[in-house]
Design a protein around this ligand. Sequence first.
Ligand code: HEC
Length: 191
Amino acid sequence: MPMKYVITILATLAVVLLGALLFPYTGLYNVAASEGHTGIARWYLETLSEHSIKARADNIAAPTDLADSSRVARGAVAYAQMCRTCHGAPGQERSVTGQGMTPLPPSLSEEAAEWRPEEIYWIVEHGIKMAGMPAYGPTHSEEELWEIVAFVEQLPAMTDAQYTRLTVPADPAPADSTAPPLADDGHDHVH
Ligand code: HEC
């Protein structure tokens, strides 16, 4: 390639790079959450997150008894306390806080099936910066995180009634109660 072209290409790249570095100072970009993302910003964020998460979840291994019913029940209580406000739950809309976010926190009843349990674990442990998804690793034990994952895994198939049964404490059970184990656990582990 003649030297002339090489210089033109390098000069063009330098101008583009300088423009990118100066752009933040112009005030042209609208950071309003109320405006939604532009198509390109949305694509960039989604593609970046998806590949970042999948690459990092590779060396995580879920417990073999992940779906253990008492683990799911403890995860349900944690979900109701920490996640529902943003992501909503079966039969429950996101809170006003969740509704006002950009990107809108997805309904996990719809999205959980798109991820492997190990990927959900990574997301909950580390969060997603630039998206507003918090990290729960700094404040929760591994088992507590798996409880949340175990519950999220059940969401796609969960009915409104099942969710209510898991998260709303039942009336005190009589000593000889024959209530199903899930309902029992949901009650026992409300802190
Ligand atoms: C402050 C609001 C907020 C809270 C609280 C929150 N999340 Fe999120 N979550 C988000 C946002 C925003 C995203 C990213 C959405 C995007 O990139 O499209 C996200 C993404 C996710 C994803 C990836 C979903 C997907 O398909 O993109 C999972 C899984 C998830 N959160 C699980 C949880 C769990 C479990 C909890 C509770 C322990 C929780 N989140 C609490 C806001 C929140």
